[in-house]
Design a protein around this ligand. Structure first.
Ligand code: TRP
Ligand code: SF4
Length: 529
C-alpha cells in the first residue's frame, strides 16, 4: 500500500475505540486503556494522524495507527526534515523479561536514530527498585536482557547512548536541579503520592524527569519520548519543568500591559484593523482600539472568542488610553542572573526598551527572539531546554485476551522465549474467529478484535503493508480460517524469535565493550511500595 491510499484496512484501531467511561493515566497502575479517543479529549493528547503526512517515510507502526497520539511532535519532524539536531529517548523498567510489547518502543527508538536523531535507551533501575521492589540482582539480570534486545534489533551503539539511571552521575546532578523546581503537592496531584510513598520512589520521578531532558544537556534540541499513554503524566510534568528552568520567557505584547494567551489574538486583530479606526494609522491608540473592539464582528475575522475574553481585552485597552498600540516581543527575566539579563539587552537588535523585569524589542520576530533567549541562557549557565515531545503507542492485547502482562506468561511472548514456546503460544491464542468454520466463511472473522491479527500488524508482517492488508482482507472476507492463520503466524513468530536470539548472542560482545555497569554491587533492601 502506498501512503496515499486509505490506511483504513490495516488499521488496528477499529474494534477497540469503545468502552469504559473513565480513563486514568497511572504510570504505576495496571489500567488498560479502554478508549483511546478519550485521551484526546481529556488529556489533550493530539491525534497522530494529524501529523502523519509530515513524517518523512513513516514507520509502519505509524502507518497502521499503532502509534496513535503525540504531544508537540512537530518540532521533531521539522528538525528531521531540515537535517537539524533532534533526539529520541525512552526507558525500560527491568522488572521482567523484555517482551514483544517492548519491541514497539525499541523499534521506535531505532527508527528515529535511523532518521538522524541522537538516540538514548535507558534502564530505569532506580524506578524498578523503589517503585516495584525489584532486587538489585534481578535488576542486573534483566537490564542486560533489555539492552541486548535493543542492540539486536538495530540500535547503533556507536552513535547512540545506553545507560542505567543509577550509574549515570550527570543524570543524577540534573535530577537534583530539577527537583529544586518540584514540590510534594505536585507529586500528590500528579501521581497520587501520599504520606506512605517512599522517598526513593519520589527520587525516581525526578530521575525520570532528568532522563527526559538528558539528551539536551549539552545542546538544546527537539526531543521525542516514545512511550505508552500511561507515561503521559511524566511527559507533561517534564514539559512543565523544562519551562520552569528557563531564564527568560518570550511573549508577544502590544502595549505596556500584559495579555494572556486567549486575549492576545483578539488584540492582534484590533491592531490589524487599525486603518478602520485610527486617526493616525501609523500610531493607533489603545483607547481607539478599545472602542473598535467593543463592537467589532470578530466571528467575521475568523476569531472565535468568549465574551469575557473580549471584555477583559477591551478593559485593558481602555485603561491604556492614549498609549500607542504597537506590536513588540517581550522578554521576561524569570530567573536569569543579572549578568544574563544584561547580556540579553546587549544582544537585542533594533529598537528596544528596558524595564525592571523585562525588555521590549520592536524589531524582532518571535522565532529569532526565542532563539536569542535560548542562546544567551545557554551561554550564562542555563540549560535552554526545549519542551520535550512525545508519541504514544497502543498497548498490545494479551494472547489470552485482556491485557498483555509480564506476570502472565501465556499472555505475552518474551523476546527470550524458546522459539518453540513462542510457536505454541501463538497456536493457543484467542482469536477474533467465529464459532464454526461455516459461520466464519459467511460472516468473516473479526480481525479488529483478534490478538493474532495484532501480531501480524504490530510485528510479523514487518514493513510489508501488502501482507498486513492481505491478512486483514482475507480474514474479514471469510477466506481465511483461524487454524491456518494461526499456523502461519506461529511459524513467523518462531522464525522471528530464532533470528532475534541469534542476533542477541552476537550483541553480547558489543554490550560488554560498552561502559555500562551491569553488575551493580549495590546492596539494599528493595523498597516497599
Ligand atoms: N517509567 C517508565 C516505565 O515505567 C520507564 C522510564 C524511566 C522512562 N525513565 C524514562 C520512559 C524516560 C521514558 C522516558 O516504563
Ligand atoms: Fe484472527 Fe486470523 Fe482468525 Fe482472522 S483468521 S480472526 S486474523 S486468527
Amino acid at each position: 500500500m502506498t501512503r496515499d491510499e486509505p490506511a483504513e484496512r490495516i488499521r488496528t484501531d477499529g474494534g477497540t475505540a469503545e468502552g469504559a467511561d473513565e480513563v486514568a493515566l497511572d504510570p504505576w497502575g495496571s489500567s488498560t486503556i479502554a478508549d483511546y479517543r478519550k485521551l484526546f479529549e481529556e488529556f489533550g493528547i493530539e491525534e497522530f494522524d494529524d501529523v502523519l503526512d509530515e513524517v518523512p517515510n513513516p514507520h509502519y507502526l505509524m502507518r497502521r495507527g499503532v502509534i496513535f497520539g503525540h504531544r508537540d511532535y512537530r518540532p521533531v519532524l521539522e528538525a528531521m526534515r531540515d537535517g537539524d539536531d533532534f533526539a529520541v529517548l525512552s526507558g525500560f523498567m527491568p522488572t521482567g523479561d523484555p517482551h514483544i510489547g517492548h519491541k514497539l518502543v525499541f523499534d521506535e527508538i531505532i527508527w528515529h536514530q535511523q532518521q538522524g536523531g541522537d538516540a538514548y535507551g535507558l534502564i530505569a533501575d532506580m524506578e524498578a527498585h523503589s517503585a516495584r521492589g525489584i532486587s538489585w540482582d534481578e535488576i542486573n539480570e534483566h537490564s542486560r536482557d533489555y539492552l541486548l534486545s535493543l542492540i539486536a534489533l538495530g540500535f547503533d551503539t556507536d552513535e547512540g547512548e545506553l545507560y542505567r539511571q543509577s550509574d549515570n552521575d550527570r543524570l543524577q546532578r540534573l535530577a537534583f536541579e530539577l527537583g529544586g523546581k518540584a514540590n510534594y503537592s505536585e507529586f500528590q496531584a500528579i501521581y497520587g503520592f501520599d504520606g506512605e510513598t517512599n522517598i526513593s520512589h519520589m527520587q525516581s520521578v525526578v530521575t525520570q524527569m532528568a532522563d527526559i531532558l538528558y539528551p539536551q544537556l549539552d545542546d538544546p534540541m527537539p526531543t521525542v519520548i516514545p512511550v505508552g499513554p500511561d507515561q503521559d503524566p511524566h511527559v507533561r510534568f517534564a514539559r512543565d519543568l523544562s519551562e520552569r528552568m528557563r531564564f527568560f520567557k518570550v511573549t508577544e505584547a502590544f502595549a505596556s500591559f500584559e495579555l494572556d494567551d486567549t486575549e492576545r489574538p483578539v488584540v492582534a486583530a484590533a491592531y490589524d484593523a487599525r486603518d478602520e479606526y485610527a486617526e493616525d494609522a501609523d500610531m493607533p491608540r489603545c483607547g481607539e482600539a478599545a472602542e473598535w473592539l467593543a463592537d467589532a464582528n470578530l466571528d467575521a475575522e475568523g476569531i472565535l472568542v468568549a465574551d469575557s475574553v473580549r471584555d477583559s481585552a477591551v478593559t485593558k485597552l481602555e485603561n491604556a488610553g492614549m498609549e500607542p498600540l504597537r506590536p513588540r516581543i517581550r522578554f521576561f527575566a524569570r530567573q536569569a542572573t543579572d549578568e544574563a539579563f544584561e547580556a540579553l539587552i546587549e544582544e537585542v537588535e533594533g529598537e528596544k526598551r528596558r524595564y525592571d523585569q523585562h525588555i521590549d524589542a520592536f524589531d524582532m520576530d518571535a522565532g529569532d527572539a526565542e532563539e536569542l533567549a535560548r542562546e544567551v541562557e545557554a551561554h550564562h549557565g542555563g540549560y535552554g531546554f526545549i519542551a520535550p515531545s512525545s508519541t504514544y503507542h497502543r498497548f498490545m492485547t494479551g494472547l489470552t485476551g485482556g491485557k498483555m502482562s509480564s506476570s502472565i506468561p501465556a499472555s505475552h511472548i518474551s523476546l527470550l522465549d524458546d522459539p518453540e514456546d513462542g510457536y505454541n503460544k501463538v497456536k493457543s491464542a484467542t482469536t477474533g474467529g467465529r464459532d464454526t468454520a461455516d459461520e466464519q466463511r459467511e460472516l468473516g472473522g473479526e480481525a479488529d478484535k483478534c490478538p493474532v491479527y495484532e501480531l501480524y500488524a504490530y510485528l510479523l508482517t514487518g514493513d510489508d503493508d501488502e501482507f498486513a492488508k492481505k491478512v486483514y482482507d482475507e480474514c474479514v472476507g471469510g477466506e481465511r480460517l483461524c487454524g491456518g492463520c494461526k499456523e502461519e503466524a506461529a511459524t513467523l513468530m518462531r522464525e522471528f524469535l530464532e533470528d532475534h536470539q541469534e542476533k542477541r548472542e552476537e550483541a553480547e560482545e558489543l554490550l560488554d565493550s560498552l561502559d555500562i555497569d551491569l553488575e551493580s554491587e549495590r546492596r539494599g533492601v528493595a523498597a516497599e511500595h
